[in-house]
Ligand binder design. Sequence first.
Ligand SMILES: [Fe+2]
Ligand SMILES: [Fe+2]
Length: 158
Amino acid sequence: MDAVELLMMDHSALRIISEHNEFTNMMEFRIFLMDIHVSIEEKVVFPELVSLGNRDTKKIVDSLIADHKLLDKLYSNLIKWKSAENPLYEARIPLFYQTLTFHNSQEEKLVFPLWKKLEPEKAKNDIKTALEIIGSSGIDIYMKETGISNDMIKYIEQ
Ligand SMILES: [Fe+2]
Ligand SMILES: [Fe+2]
């Protein structure tokens, strides 16, 4: 499995989580989404894609990074509204999930396909870096949020 396949597997989990329109644990979801998924995109995958692509790729990647900032802001607000028992919490959850799933679909459509052009040696290193990011942010949280098992992680590591 390569780093982009791993990210697309995250997207699958996120589509299912989005359908429920609620969070089981807001802090853990934040770690999965921002500290793991978004970090792998911004630190590992996007720089490779930009190096392969043209000016359009750079522009698209910049707008995807801007989406990440918006999602992070929106999510921080959800946490604040929830602890203050503000009705905006319930009211804005659908907007958060719609923004997130649209963003993920755009990544799959507009930039991830470029990954196939990457040299296999680079791709091998990148999945290792992605797994290091997961390990340092919290493998248990990652497994809980995605449904990925310990044996799957071991298989990907090989
Ligand atoms: Fe993203
Ligand atoms: Fe993504």
